[in-house]
Design a protein around this ligand. Structure first.
Ligand code: SAH
Ligand code: SF4
Length: 374
């Protein structure tokens, strides 16, 4: 069976515990509260993966910790580097599920696009992830683990305060709907933002939602990260075809929640993502309607050329069309850059994420089920 090769360990992973949980764990372990600060520093500032390297702790304590605990990152099933240097990690989490994270490098910085769920329940018709059946929420450790693994891989521990990092930003735009897994996403991002550890500023974090209206307020109040909203259409009719969740939370309600989003202002605008689909949502009239719709909201628009995947029922709008659309939105007073597709050759671009190994997984599951019921 798939997991048989895994070293079944009784050791508990400390990655992903909140400070309070780590404190409770250490108390139960018979250690004083100040250990939490020390451990936090080694785990999240220095990024060590081995207790033996925690040189401010006594050797016996290091050994005892190593007996009971581990600092495991998700297991890398495959690592690919695109022609444009975008990197994609296919990661295997504890129970054998596969998720993906993608690093998108820029000149002097870079963003890690992280997953929040295995798959996604939301079946947006243009999104590859939405066609994946297997879905479960990722744990806080699996979410923060994606960041830690990428930082391991880029050799960016320990945390200097400098800006010249390849991994300087996080976008919650990988697999899954982060606001359907809010508690775990929140715990993970709180760890990432903790000032004695990774200490990434909330201004370097953007969370993208397909429009889970009831959770948006809490996201703004409790996490205070930047928000991106997957709008994609200007009428409920078309949006419902693209993002079925629109039936539940139609455009007017979604935009109302955006108007109320805590902390949004002209200096911190909400990004409206708009995927460019040929003959579906890309007309001049659509562009003008978009400008009207976003009036009064501190907004910017991000035009995403549709990234194709095998069997996708859409085509990407032509370059000319996309630029004409962008110009109209710009003339309407909104910034509307066209997102450059990255990592297309390794299916790492927006909406292409879906472990190709998932089919194998499914057949394996069927076999396992058959074996179990035989
Ligand atoms: N579930 C969240 C975040 C993950 S999707 C959301 O939907 O916002 C991240 C972004 O990629 C979303 O804006 C999504 O609409 C977009 N996207 C999905 N599939 C795409 C595709 N095939 N081409 C271009 N963008 C896509
Ligand atoms: Fe889920 Fe976002 Fe893809 Fe829609 S676009 S299926 S919400 S991951």
């Amino acid at each position: 069976m798939e997991n048989a090769g895994h070293n079944v360990s009784e050791r508990k992973n400390l990655i992903g515990l909140s400070r309070a949980e780590l404190a409770a764990e250490m108390a139960a372990f018979g250690e004083k509260p100040f250990r939490v600060k020390q451990l936090w520093h080694w785990i999240y500032f220095r990024g060590v993966t081995d207790f033996a390297d925690m040189t401010t702790l006594s050797k016996p304590l290091r050994a005892r910790l190593a007996e009971h605990y581990c600092l495991d990152r998700p297991h890398v099933a495959r690592h690919q580097v695109s022609e444009d240097k975008t990197q994609k990690w296919l990661l295997k989490v504890a129970d054998g599920h596969l998720i993906e994270s993608v690093h998108i490098p820029e000149e002097d910085r870079g963003a890690l696009c992280m997953s929040s769920q295995v798959g996604c329940t939301l079946t947006c018709t243009f999104c590859h992830t939405g066609t994946q059946r297997l879905v479960r929420n990722l744990t806080p450790g699996e979410i923060v683990g994606q960041f830690m693994l990428a930082r391991d891989s880029m050799g960016e521990w320990p945390s200097p305060t400098g800006d010249a990092r390849q991994l300087s930003n996080i976008v919650m735009m990988g697999m899954g709907e982060p606001l359907y897994n809010f508690e775990n996403v929140k715990l993970a991002l709180q760890i990432v933002m903790d000032e004695e550890g990774i200490s990434l500023s909330r201004r370097r974090i953007t969370l993208s939602t397909s429009g889970v209206v009831p959770m948006m307020q809490r996201c703004g109040e409790e996490l205070r990260v930047d928000l991106a909203v997957s709008l994609h259409a200007v009428t409920d009719d078309i949006r419902t075809q693209l993002v079925p969740l629109n039936r539940k939370y139609p455009i007017a309600e979604l935009l109302e929640a955006c108007r109320r989003y805590p902390g949004a202002n002209n200096a911190r605008r909400i990004t409206f993502e708009y995927v460019m689909l040929k003959d579906v949502n890309d007309s001049d009239a659509d562009a003008r309607a978009l400008v009207r719709l976003l009036k009064g909201i501190p907004a910017k628009v991000n035009l995403i050329p549709f990234n194709p995947w095998p069997g996708a029922p859409f085509e990407c709008s032509s370059n000319n069309r996309i630029h004409a659309f962008s110009r109209i939105v710009n003339d309407g007073g909104l910034s509307a850059p066209v997102r450059r597709p990255r990592g297309r050759d390794i299916l790492a671009a927006c909406g292409q994420l879906k472990s190709d190994t998932v089919k194998k997984r499914k057949s394996e599951l069927l076999r396992e089920q058959a074996a179990a019921t035989a």
